[in-house]
Design a protein around this ligand. Sequence first.
Ligand SMILES: NC(=O)CC(=O)O
Length: 414
Amino acid sequence: MLSLLDLCARIDSGRLTPEGAVGLVREAIAAREPEIGALVCVDPAPAIPTTGPLAGIAVGIKDIIDTADLPTAMGSPIYAGWRPRADAPVVARLKSLGAVPLAKTTTTPFAFLDPTATRNPHHPGHTPGGSSAGSAAAVAAGMLPLALGTQTGGSIIRPAAFCGVVGVKPSFRLLPTVGVKCYSWALDTLGLFAASVPDAAHALALLADRPAIAAHADAGALRIGIVRQDFCAAPDPEAEAALARAARAAERAGARVRDYALPARFGEAFAAHAAIQDYEVRQSLAWEYATHRDALPPRLRAALDAAQGIETAAYDAARRTAHHARRGLKEVFSEDGLDAILTYAAPGAAPAGLDQTGDSRFNRLWTLMGVPCVTLPVDRTSAGLPVGVQVITRFGDDGRALAAAGLIERALRD
Ligand SMILES: NC(=O)CC(=O)O
């Protein structure tokens, strides 16, 4: 894979020019894209700044994020050729840092569950996951050093885990979702994909203009709770094995690791995610549903059909449940003495077939809680498919989530 930090170092030392770095990416795209299908389009002649902390870094932009220089089609024929007038602020921020938004990456239509044609770089007969399919696959295939994605259910963490890359779903609203096609305004979260934890931390710190995110250092031993989220169906054996391996690596690195059972309220919050997501998408995609229902893909059309009947009272009750759970989560970290949670990133490795994007059951609670989540690859199955884990910290503690993930990543290498 292409390391963002390695490219930055080579550019800073003069061994590589920004133009040359973008050229390397174009060569990688030419070599791998035909078999992977991670990209919607590539800018033939983007501006390539020679200054800025991300000068020469080509970035993939999930195709629900507005770009002024490239179409933004939402993964749907309804928006074929749609050209936003302006860049989304997160894209404008990338450009201000010297980065090059070189390609739009495939997304499931409107970032829901209908699959893309993108293939998992580790096995072409398996899904890369969704909804940020192209971003995860492009980084995993070594075509891009950085890509943006979004998560409403599990759309960053799940594809990152399936593709064996680092995925970061930051604290809710750490990055502005302005200019990003809305699915659920209470859940949608912008995040990113990179080759390693340090690469991801460096990119997020710059994007969020929060240098501390990449400079977090824990004074004492990290206190990690192993959480199995037993309010939903158990994972495959490989996910359990990866969790155990990551826990052992954390202990070798000096962390204090213990099993932790979430209080019952979190199972209720897990169940509340659906009512919030579905009630809000009924409004956010009301125009598409009213004027182009037949052009919507089957899973999304069925979800919108079902969402028409959700009562406002049920939505309000779900929001109250989520609010109480978020307050309870603060106690988990403060009163129960945890610095981080370690849990499954997905039910297992990427499922076979391109007719689905996998299951987000181990992601949805944390998206609703709005807390930082980082996935890193831990194992491979006998078929060579990656299996990851997920590190979670309290709201706003993004630097510690990345530091904890980095501690495990290094320990796994040792
Ligand atoms: N957008 C989403 O997060 C939906 C999913 O989990 O695939």
